[in-house]
Write a protein that binds this ligand. Structure first.
Ligand SMILES: Nc1ncnc2c1ncn2[C@@H]1O[C@H](COP(=O)(O)OP(=O)(O)OP(=O)(O)O)[C@@H](O)[C@H]1O
Ligand SMILES: O=C(O)C1=C[C@@H](O)[C@@H](O)[C@H](O)C1
Ligand SMILES: [Mg+2]
Length: 174
């Protein structure tokens, strides 16, 4: 992998990952999409029928497989909050980019989408509490934090590309 995007639901990992891969002329993989393919069910059905713990098991195995491929990887919102996954991300020696956003931004982006089981099951305050509780894990996993509030996907990709191609970053990856 050339870069891994982490962050809370709605921070833009899928959107930015796709665009970044296009701009860098590389491939893009989305961990949630790979999990759905592997399970043969949408994420809401995996949570409802198999439970979140089984989803996390699937997620961990799918992450390990995905990291063997080149390109940009968009993770799921909970991926980088599992300690074993953070270790896996670190061990991959791939730049990890945390897409950050305010509570209001996240709510505006996820409120009308029913495809996220945790958004469906939590009230607004509980969603914000979950976001806050995850910040330490994201910070631990990340090499770069990019604020996405009031910024277009193109502006965000520009910041990431500049950072990824700076000489110190290229040298650090060997
Ligand atoms: N920079 C942005 N400005 C405005 N809207 C955005 C931005 N980034 C993403 N969005 C919108 O926010 C919504 C959520 O984005 P996206 O699905 O990429 O988030 P995600 O981080 O992949 O979420 P999840 O963790 O659930 O997979 C989408 O409707 C997307 O179009
Ligand atoms: O934040 C989370 O825990 C999740 C985020 C989504 O990307 C999916 O991976 C799933 O809905 C769980
Ligand atoms: Mg996504």
């Amino acid at each position: 992998m050339e870069a891994i995007l982490i962050g809370f639901m709605g921070s833009g990992k899928t959107t930015i990952g796709r665009l970044l891969a296009q701009q860098l002329e590389t491939t893009h993989a989305d961990l949630d999409e790979l999990i759905v393919k592997r399970a043969g069910q949408p994420i809401t059905a995996i949570f409802a029928q198999q439970g979140e713990a089984q989803f996390r098991t699937l997620e961990q195995a799918t992450l390990q497989a995905a990291l063997k491929r080149p390109g940009i990887l968009s993770t799921g919102g909970g991926t980088a909050t599992v300690a074993a996954n953070v270790q896996t991300l670190k061990a991959s020696s791939t730049p990890v980019i945390w897409l950050a956003a305010s509570d209001d931004t996240i709510l505006a982006r996820v409120a009308s989408d029913t495809g996220r089981p945790l958004v469906n099951s939590l009230d607004t305050q509980a969603l914000f509490d979950l976001k806050r509780s995850r910040a330490t894990s994201y910070a631990q996993a990340a090499d770069l934090v990019v604020n996405t509030d009031d910024r277009t996907p193109n502006q965000i990709c520009q910041e990431i590309t500049t950072w990824l191609t700076q000489p110190a970053q290229v040298l650090a990856q060997g």
